[in-house]
Design a protein around this ligand. Structure first.
Ligand code: CO8
Length: 258
């Protein structure tokens, strides 16, 4: 689809595919790119024909960070007035499941963007890190919070304080990524995984996502309560009747998907 300068937006059946496309800057995340990603993703989120979204970069880089050239001259006043990076939060409000397919560098804002997605599939070439401290700044798109929740304090603190990176194997070992696949298979695996999700009942997938996300925002007791109420609400859907009937009749379910 046209109209975007820094990304490519495609639809593959019920899966939306957003490809970061600033190859000369290793997909560095500038303000214009942020607006395009948010615009494309919120458009897909509103589209009942789309059941899952994949966000990916290039073979060399998912994204090598926020755009250092753009940030370098900014003052505190500029950053504060623009509430720099706040726009990215829109991605965390999507209800459609969002998968990051990461190959190559996912550094700084690139790592943070991947962590904003619902889960990360990594190529064996993926490299993750929060090297901001080497530039005299700290993570600004949620890295200090999401990395810590994902991999725990010890590793997150070491990475944020030293700027060291981790490879795909370490990222999988410590729970940052759901799965590592050969680089040549990354996009196919991500699209197949997204298609699997898009084949489920769309409202149930959204409820499932909401329930898992509650684990990050609430106490255990409150989260379990939210989960139970969301679970109860699935019984208001025809898809619950269809899913359970299909099991009992030993056939594949036909979800309404909307
Ligand atoms: N911003 C802008 N341009 C970049 C960036 C970036 N983050 N990363 C790479 N580029 C550009 C390079 O400048 C270069 O451009 P040119 O050809 O015009 O010189 C081009 O991409 C290719 O890069 P390299 O030649 O460096 O490629 P290499 O393969 O040699 O190295 C690396 C790849 C290791 C990824 C290297 O480019 C690198 O270290 N990049 C920077 C990584 C980094 O530090 N990222 C963190 C950025 S800060 C951030 O994301 C969050 C900041 C939070 C601030 C909070 C404020 C509120």
């Amino acid at each position: 689809e046209t109209g975007y300068e820094h990304i490519i937006l495609e639809r593959r059946g019920r899966v939306g595919l957003i490809t970061l496309n600033r190859p000369k800057a290793l997909n560095a995340l500038n303000d214009a790119l942020m607006h395009e990603v948010v615009d494309a993703a919120t458009g897909l989120d509103r589209d009942p024909e789309i059941g899952a979204i994949v966000l990916t970069g290039s073979e060399r880089a998912f994204a090598a960070g926020a755009d250092i050239r753009e940030m370098a001259p900014q003052t505190y006043q500029d950053m504060y007035a623009a509430d720099w990076f706040a726009g990215w939060n829109a991605l965390t409000r999507l209800r459609t499941p969002l998968i990051a397919a990461v190959a190559g560098h996912a550094l700084g804002g690139g790592c943070e963007l991947a962590m904003m997605c619902d889960f990360i599939l990594a190529a064996d070439t993926a490299v993750f890190g929060q090297p901001e401290i080497r530039l005299g700044v700290i993570p600004g798109i949620g890295g200090s919070q999401r990395l810590t929740r994902a991999i725990g304090k010890a590793k997150a603190m070491e990475m944020v304080l030293t700027g060291r990176t981790m490879d795909a194997a370490e990222a999988e070992r410590c729970g940052l990524v759901a799965r590592v696949v050969p680089a040549t298979r990354l996009l196919d695996e991500a699209l197949a995984t997204a298609a699997t999700i898009a084949g489920m009942s769309a409202p149930v997938a959204m409820l499932a996502k909401e329930a898992v996300n509650a684990a990050f925002e609430t106490t255990l007791a409150e989260g379990v309560h939210v989960e139970r109420r969301l679970f109860h609400s699935t019984f208001a859907l025809a898809d619950q009747k269809e899913g359970m009937a299909a099991f009992l009749e030993k056939r594949a379910p036909r979800f309404e998907n909307r």
